[in-house]
Design a protein around this ligand. Sequence first.
Ligand code: DGT
Ligand code: CA
Ligand code: ZN
Length: 580
Amino acid sequence: MHTYTNAELAGIFQTIADLLEIKGENIYKILAYRRAAESLNNLAENVNDVAQRGELQAIPGVGKAIADKISELIDTGRLQFLDNLSEEVPLSLVELLRVPDLGPKKAALFWKKAGITSLPELEEAARRGKLRELPGVGEKSEARILAGIEALAHRTTRIPLGRAYPLGKQLVEWLRSQPGIASAELAGSLRRMRETIGDIDLVAATENPQRIMAAFIEHPLVEKVYAQGVTKTSVELRGGIPAQLWLHPPAEFGTALQYATGSKEHSVRLREIAQDQGFSLSDRSLLFPDGKEVFLGTEAEVYAAVGLPWIPPEIREDRGEIQAAKKGQLPDLVEPGDILAELHTHSTWSDGQASIREMAVAARERGYKVLAITDHSASLGIAGGMTAEDLRRRKVEIDQVQAEMGDTLQLLQGAEVEILADGRLDYPDDVLAGLDIVIASLHTGLRQGREAATRRVVSAIQNPHVDILGHPTGRLIPEREGADLDMEAVFSAARQSGTALELNANPARLDLSDVYARRAKELGIPLSVNTDAHAPDQYSLLFYGVATARRAWLEPQDILNCWEPGQLRAWLRARGEKRA
Ligand code: DGT
Ligand code: CA
Ligand code: ZN
C-alpha cells in the first residue's frame, strides 16, 4: 500500500498529459488526463479512502482506465504506463513547460529538432543563439525564452505563509501529543509570521530526544531526511517543503526557543546587550566569566535576563523593537479578538459563494458587530460584477437580512469598485453616494508603467466617495508582483484625503505588506484589515491579516475594524458629508 495525496496524484496525471502533448497524441486523450487531474485536485475526500471503498470511478472525470492507474499506483507505488511513456518522451522535457509562453509544441520542436531534453540544455542553446535557427523561432522569441528562464531562476522558492502555517501547526500539535514532550513551539520565520518562509522551524523540549527524533522522521508528512542528529534533524515534507526540528532539555527551552525564533538580526542585538552586561547568551544558556552557567526554561526569563520585557515574535526583526523595549514603549499589538468588523466581503451577487444571509450569520457567529457586503462593480465581468440596477435589488435583500439580525450585527451596503484604466471609478458619483462604504481596487492593467499606475491609484484615493483602497498593490504571493507604484505618492494622497488603506488578510495577498502598512501608520493613515471573504469559511483568513498587522506594529486604534461600531459609522458618515 502506498498513500498519495490528491495533489500528488493530480500531479502525476498532469505530467502524463504534458508528456502526451509533447509527443503529439490525440487531444481528447490529453484532455481526459487533465480533467482527471483537476477533479482530483478539487476532491474534498482523500483519494486513498475512495479507492478503498472501490468507488474511484464515481470521481468526476475518472473512468475505468484512470481508476486502474490510480489503483496500480496505490498498490505498487509505480505506474507502468508512465514508465513506458517516459522511455519515449524524456520526463525532464516537462520542465520546459514552466518557462512562460513555452508550450508543448515548442518543447517538442526543441526536442526533436535540436535534441534538447532539459531546462539547462534549453538555456545553453538559447545563449549560444541556436534556437533562432529552428523553424518558426527567430531572435525575438529566443530572447523571450532566455528572459523567461532567468525569471524562473530568480523566482523565489520561498513558501507562502498560508501554505507553511497549517503544516507547521499540525506538526507542533503532533509533537505536543507525544509522550515525553514538555513543550513544543513553532520557531524561525514561521513563528514571526513572515509572508514567506524558507523552512519550517520547530523547537520542542524533551528529556528523551532519541525517541522523539525517531518518531519524527516516521511522521507521515515527512518525505526525506536530509540530516539526522540528536538535537537537530532536517527533513523535507511532502510538497518539497523543508523543515527542521530542534530538541532541547526543558531547562534550556527558553534560550533554545529564543535562538531558533530569530530573526538572526534581532538575536545579534540581544547578544550584544548580554555581552555589555558581562555574560554570553547562547541557544543553551547564559555563560558567565567565572564559568557559572544559567539555564532558562522560558523566553520571558531570557528577555528579563538582558533587562527587557518579552518581545512578541512578529516584531523581532531589528526594526527598532529593542530600543522600544528598553524604553518601555513596545506597541500594544492588535489581536484577532480586537477585530469587530469585516469590511470587505463578496456574496452571490458577484463572485461570492454564499448568500448575504449566510455571510451575515457566520459573521455574527464570529462575534463581529459590523459586516460590509462589498460585491464587485460591473466592469469586472469575470467576477459577475453588479450594475447599478443590481445594487438596488441587492439593497432590498441586505435590508431584509438586517431586519432579521436586529441589533446583533450592523450590515453596510458596500461595493468593491473597479479603478478603470484612466483612474475613474466604475460607478457614477450618484451611485457611489448611495452606498455606506466604498472600496476601490485595481484588478486589471497592473502592468502599466509606474507613472500611469500611480496616477490611477492616486485619483481613486482622491475620489471623495472612496473610503478604502482595497489590496493597494494588487500583488499575489508568490507568483505576481504588485503594480509598480510610487508608494510615497500613494501615502501622501491617502493622508490628504483621509482614505484608509487595506491590509488584505488573504495569505496570497497580505497587501499592504508589513513594511508598507507600518509606513502608513507612521503617516497617520488609517488601515483596514479585511479577509475579502468569498465564503464564510474564508473569515478565518483574518488570522494572517492580523499577524501581518502585528508585524507592521499596528495597534487597535490604527485599524478601522477595531473601532466601536459608533466610531466607525461616524467616520464613514463624516466622509459621506464631505463628499455630499
Ligand atoms: P527563513 O527560514 O529563511 O524564512 O528564515 P528564518 O529566520 O527562519 O531563518 P533560518 O531558518 O535560517 O534559521 C532559523 C533561526 O535560527 C533564525 O531565525 C535565527 C536562528 N539562526 C540561524 N542562524 C543564525 C546565526 O548565524 N546566528 C544567530 N544568532 N541565529 C541564527
Ligand atoms: Ca526557517
Ligand atoms: Zn474583493
